[in-house]
Write a protein that binds this ligand. Structure first.
Ligand code: FE
Length: 344
């Protein structure tokens, strides 16, 4: 994904103003975000409406975002860094790109501990479960209660999954390394590589569509892609959603792997006060609700209620009690496993 150059120009133009007068009405926060959801604009609009702080948004893929902040060093305009994966936040923390989250104790108190960096450099504001979807007419869900079932010989030639270069799969296997050891994770990866109905292509939505279309019988995807189809305006999309069922794997066996959308404050943030205000807002009831209602993510704050019947139907599963930073710790090992086992 390319950085949007006009946004960068806008961002640079806004900086002089912001650096001189962070508390003025034209205060600004520079957000480097790897989230790819148009509805975030509504969250950001609400933030500006409540605080008067403008948002300069730079969107790019997670690796590119982090590389850019790193390369710019002290001159980086980034105030808040947002990614859709704990692994990348972890990498950014290791590279020294975050400052400690201070004066946000009341905010962090609403974030479950397993969604926070152990030294308080970032936190998850929403969660996403890595689930199994299956063709209702061809698969009995009792056959796929564990991730490992999808890797079993019974599913040879029946699995759709996106590329291992995607961070969602990296984090899933990284979680397995943390929980079950590298050998078990490698056996899983080898089984998935063998079971693929086709070479990996497309994103998670494409895997769900392929199951509905009969190209494969099961897929591993993030839950919100299915929720989005089920909630779609387009009746053809809803038909896709109806053709498949969802399994939250490993219930009673450690729980379903969960990843985060998370944020931290850049080490060299020119507008740290505005950055804190945005992080505070991301955990506000209004923003938490928006994540559930607009992007079908689970709010990090479990006490928040929302209006989304599909998501309600998904809620209540047992999630893995694993600090999401473990996904970053094991990301490199996961990549080696993919390479060894031929998961493209
Ligand atoms: Fe996504």
């Amino acid at each position: 994904m390319m950085l949007r150059l006009p946004l960068i120009a806008a961002l640079t133009a806004g900086l002089g103003l912001a650096a001189c007068s962070p508390a003025e009405p034209d205060a600004v926060v520079n957000v480097f975000s790897a989230r790819h959801y148009a509805s975030d604009q509504e969250v950001f609009r609400a933030f500006t409406e409540e605080t008067g702080i403008r948002i300069n948004l730079v969107e790019a893929g997670g690796d590119l975002l982090i590389e850019r902040v790193r390369a710019d060093g002290e001159r980086s305009p980034a105030d808040v860094i947002i990614t859709v994966d704990a692994g990348r936040l972890h990498r950014a923390a290791d590279a020294g790109l975050f400052q400690p989250l201070t004066r946000l104790d009341d905010v962090l108190a609403r974030v479950p501990d397993i969604l926070e960096h152990p030294q308080g450099l970032w936190f998850g504001f929403s969660t996403r479960a890595r689930v199994i979807v299956y063709a209702r007419d061809r698969v009995d869900p009792s056959e796929i209660q564990s991730y490992y079932d999808v890797a079993s010989p019974a599913f040879e030639g029946r699995v759709c999954v996106r590329s291992s270069s995607n961070v969602y799969n990296q984090s899933l296997v990284a979680g397995m390394i943390a929980e079950d050891g590298a050998e078990a994770a490698e056996a899983f990866s080898a089984g998935i590589a063998r079971n693929m109905a086709r070479a990996p292509q497309g994103g998670d939505t494409d895997q769900i569509r392929a199951v509905a279309a009969g190209e494969c019988d099961v897929a591993i995807v993030n839950h919100y892609y299915l929720a989005r189809l089920m909630n779609a305006q387009d009746s053809a999309d809803r038909t896709v959603g109806e053709a498949v069922g969802i399994v939250f794997p490993d219930q009673g066996q450690g729980g379903t792997y969960v990843n985060i959308s998370g944020a931290g404050i850049a080490a060299n943030a020119p507008n740290p006060e505005a950055a804190r205000a945005l992080l505070r807002f991301l955990m506000s009831e209004r923003a938490q609700r928006a994540f559930a209602e607009l992007t079908n993510e689970f709010p990090a704050d479990p006490s928040v209620t929302y209006d989304n019947a599909v998501l309600d139907g998904f809620a209540g599963f047992e999630a893995r009690e694993l600090n999401v930073s473990a996904l970053g710790d094991n990301a490199a090992e996961a990549q080696r496993i993919f390479d060894r086992t031929g998961w493209q």
